[in-house]
Design a protein around this ligand. Structure first.
Ligand code: HEC
Length: 111
């Protein structure tokens, strides 16, 4: 009986610490190193308008975070590993994390 209780406790404890790949991917997208990709690119990665500036000549300049759901992996990878961006923070992500983020964005598209 004692043994059974122990096995049950161990099972629940382990089950609790496992999350699915989809859950992990979403979590990472929403919180990689403190600032979520969703804050700028939107929860579905389709991009967002971050701000608008009205200029003296009455024109408006929009600052946008682009749609990141239709780009190839190579471009995606380079965007996240180069330091060339003006607005996007530079993340120091591992290759596995970059692949997981790419998986998250492209999984959504197929639905
Ligand atoms: C503070 C806002 C912000 C956050 C947070 C952010 N991005 Fe960006 N991202 C941008 C902007 C703006 C650009 C356009 C290039 C630039 O000006 O930096 C961009 C460009 C990109 C590009 C290149 C798109 C292209 O077509 O070349 C990719 C890929 C990308 N972001 C992915 C991500 C991922 C993945 C995350 C989370 C790890 C993330 N971004 C977080 C604002 C953001």
């Amino acid at each position: 009986m004692k043994r059974l209780v122990l096995v049950l406790i161990a099972t629940f404890a382990l089950a609790d610490s496992f999350i699915t790949k989809d859950e992990y991917a979403k979590m990472l997208y929403k919180n990689p190193r403190g600032i979520g990709c969703d804050k700028c690119h939107g929860i579905d990665g389709k991009g967002l308008v971050l701000g608008r500036y009205h200029r003296d000549d009455n024109t408006t300049v929009k600052v946008i975070a682009p749609d990141i759901t239709h780009i190839g992996f190579q471009k995606f990878y380079e965007a996240l590993t180069s330091a060339k961006h003006k607005l996007m923070p530079h993340y120091f992500l591992t290759d596995h994390e970059i692949k997981t983020l790419y998986y998250y964005l492209n999984k959504k598209r197929t639905k």
